[in-house]
Design a binder for this molecule. Structure first.
Ligand code: FAD
Length: 481
């Protein structure tokens, strides 16, 4: 019997697990996929929003501000990449200027500092490649960028190092309310019992709530497609550039990433299918046209990949964080700014439970720190030599595009939450993330995974259990005949 079961290993479930690990509790995270951060957390804009555009007085506004204030310290504790690069919402006319003033006013109501309307000359100083038609901008000095899946992995890894269990490939199918506890039926195991259940199941959080008998809200997917450019294009802009937001979201942005790439997107397309992550020509055309309005000469020839994320749009218009029955907490409809708000959401959940009579005792041995993974390519020559002397596997470059060593890959396979797939290694180390997208290094990484996990190489998957890479050995049938 667990004290707490968290359903969903995204950034929200991860932050809640880490927060709750501060207490004397037996905690388990159940995740349906084969790795952590496989939902919205792995495919978003990666912005720590300043907090100026969430509607004043909403839960989104409150938790965005608090989360953005907390983020830098949390990233330092967890060894996650974070950069306060500031953001600009761009306007093209005096009409847009009025809209920007309205957003600034909303931001001031939200308690956001460092907001300013600036004109073309100042914009040009900040962003020399800005398009000629941009006249005005709302500058927010508190805007930042972060590695979203890195944050979720680190939060979950730190929670695990503090005793939290993670069960992957555990899809929750049914939840039964018993007296003072819940029985959770999952794939792959007999039922799990928990005193408290936290529903952080992202796009499926309405269905998980429904399993417990709460049908008070729906969540629908809103697709967001992206184009990612090589690191050679990473300094085209230094701030995050937005267009004026619409009722569908924050609009298309052009931003550097913490790894030095340039990201363009996302689109905003409502749908019904919670698994449709297809990118489409129409979406790309929109991204290209909108970003060209913002920035001159974006080198689209440096495009290395495209991807799509699904926003969890809740039917209430705000984050849905409530306790519809004693011990069952919904953390649902966590669309943008959910990444920015995630540490504050975790605090809010604990407060919600405590305000409803749950008493948690703090432990005195909680360790908030997580050793950051050595980034070989960023070390000085002396540091590199020392590391290679200590562990020769750091002397072998496996991914040539991103300069990732065998040592870093082995560490990713051995550190909580352990990478077991090619994409798991990719997100943790950046091997296969460069311009060849794994064309050269993936066979060797498969060998490393196979050896470390003690599984045949044919069993090494790209991502989920269905995503096999090798179907068998060449001429196997002939050999066996
Ligand atoms: C296009 C886009 C752009 C965005 N940009 C930003 C941004 O720039 N800044 C920002 O702050 N926010 C942004 N967001 C929002 C942010 O990404 C999300 O708020 C955040 O990632 C939500 O995290 P989560 O943990 O709630 O959901 P998820 O990451 O989706 O995690 C939910 C997890 O639950 C698991 N799960 C589902 N059902 C079950 C089940 N039955 N049993 C077990 N496990 C289950 C899923 O597999 C998944 O791993 C963006 C989102 C999108 C899609």
């Amino acid at each position: 019997m667990y004290d707490v079961v968290i359903i969903g290993a995204g950034v929200v479930g991860g932050m809640i697990a880490r927060k709750m690990a501060e207490y004397k509790l037996k905690i388990c995270i159940l995740e349906k996929d084969s790795d952590v951060a496989m939902g919205a957390t792995k495919a978003n804009s990666a912005i720590v929003h300043g907090g100026f555009d969430a509607k004043a007085g909403s839960l989104k506004a409150l938790l965005n501000k608090r989360g953005s204030d907390m983020m830098e310290d949390i990233c330092r504790e967890l060894g996650v990449r974070y950069r306060r690069n500031g953001s600009l919402v761009l306007g093209y006319s005096d009409e847009d200027k009025k809209t920007l003033e309205g957003i600034m006013e909303n931001g001031i109501k939200n308690g956001i500092e460092g907001l300013e309307i600036i004109g073309r000359e100042r914009i040009k100083e900040l962003e020399p490649n800005i398009s000629d038609s941009v006249e005005w901008a709302l500058y927010a000095s508190t805007g930042a960028i972060v590695c979203p899946y890195g944050l979720a992995e680190a939060a979950i890894g730190n929670a695990m190092d503090n005793g939290v269990e993670l069960k992957l490939n555990h899809s929750v199918r049914k939840i039964k309310k018993l007296e003072n506890k819940f029985e959770i039926c999952v794939d792959n195991e007999k039922s799990i019992l928990a005193k408290t259940v936290i529903n952080a199941a992202g796009i499926y959080s309405d269905e998980v709530a429904g399993m417990a008998g709460d049908t008070s809200f729906d969540v629908h997917p809103r697709k967001g497609e992206y184009i990612l450019l090589d690191r050679e294009a990473g300094d085209v802009v230094s701030h995050t550039l937005f267009t004026v937001p619409t009722k569908m979201g924050k609009g298309i942005l052009v931003s550097p990433t913490v790894h030095g790439n340039l990201i363009l997107g996302p689109t905003a397309v409502d749908g019904e299918d919670k698994e449709n992550r297809k990118t489409e020509r129409e979406g790309f055309d929109k991204i290209i046209a909108e970003s060209a309005r913002m920035v001159k000469n974006i080198p689209l020839n440096l495009t290395i990949t495209s991807f799509c994320g699904l926003r969890s749009v809740g039917s209430t218009g705000d984050f849905i964080i409530n306790m519809p029955m004693r011990g069952f907490v919904n953390v649902a409809g966590i669309e943008s700014p959910g990444l920015s708000a995630s540490p504050a959401i975790a605090e809010y959940v604990v407060e919600l439970l405590e305000n409803n009579g749950f008493k948690f005792a703090k432990r005195d041995d909680f360790n908030p720190y997580r050793e950051s993974v050595e980034k070989f390519s960023e070390m000085t020559e002396e540091e590199k030599n020392q590391l290679i002397k200590k562990d020769p596997s750091y002397g072998k470059i496996v991914c040539r595009c991103e300069n990732v060593t065998e040592g870093e890959i082995l560490k990713a396979i051995r550190t909580n939450p352990k990478a077991t797939t090619l994409d798991g290694v990719k997100r943790r180390t950046r091997a296969q993330m460069g311009r060849c997208q794994g064309g050269f290094c993936s066979p060797y990484i498969m060998e490393l995974i196979s050896k470390e996990l003690g599984i045949p190489i044919e069993k090494v998957k790209k991502s989920s259990n269905e995503a096999y890479i090798l179907s068998g050995r060449t001429k196997e049938d002939v050999h066996n005949a």
